[in-house]
Design a protein. Structure first.
Length: 201
């Protein structure tokens, strides 16, 4: 649906519904703040079930890694009792390790969700909270992720909207491909220039 320049697509509506479900679910189960679950739902939601499933594994693996690193952070924090120094030095180190591990296991699509999960948990849990509380926040990320997957399973976009979104994705991919080709041409020019410099007497 279009309103002038603005488009209200199925993914927009499903994202809003996913956030609403997380808020209602946490309210009626007295689980606490739905922040992490709602954000996980937003990160995970794609335009259709096929795309969500293809991204789902990487996101679930990313959330698991981020949660595991967050729990490790809380173990270290309880041992040293130096919150500020740990935030300054250990958290950036864990971010780098998450990227290295994710790349090493070929889960590049899950890097952002892994880092976001770890930072959301580590920076939102107060000083006096236990590791059990951190574990509950990890579970929150899974709740949000499964809400997004369930919504995409239950609400399918109309065929014309799916085709429109595929066209938009293709345009984005073509732009990225053009940028890559420009970068490749630039690198090839630089290599050629270096070769000319070497061949000069």
């Amino acid at each position: 649906m279009h309103l002038g320049r603005f488009r209200i697509g199925m993914r927009t509506l499903k994202t809003a519904i996913a956030v609403m479900i997380c808020i209602l679910l946490f309210h009626f189960t007295n689980r606490g703040e739905p922040l992490i679950a709602a954000l996980a739902a937003v990160f995970s939601l794609r335009q259709d079930l096929t795309t969500t499933v293809s991204f789902g594994k990487s996101r679930i693996l990313g959330n698991s890694l981020g949660g595991a690193f967050a729990i490790f952070y809380f173990f270290v924090k309880q041992f040293f009792h130096e919150d500020f120094l740990l935030e300054v030095f250990l958290l950036p180190l864990l971010v780098a390790l998450l990227i290295i591990v994710s790349d090493g296991i070929n889960n590049n699509a899950g890097i952002i969700s892994a880092i976001a999960t770890m930072l959301l948990i580590t920076l939102s849990v107060s000083r006096n909270e236990s590791i059990y509380f951190a574990l509950q926040r990890v579970i929150d990320t899974f709740i949000g992720t499964f809400v997004a997957i369930a919504l995409n399973f239950l609400i399918r976009p109309p065929e014309h909207e799916k085709a429109s979104e595929i066209k938009e994705d293709l345009v984005v991919l073509q732009r990225k491909e053009q940028k890559l080709q420009q970068m490749l041409a630039k690198v090839q020019d630089e290599i050629a220039d270096q070769q000319e410099e070497k061949n000069k007497p």
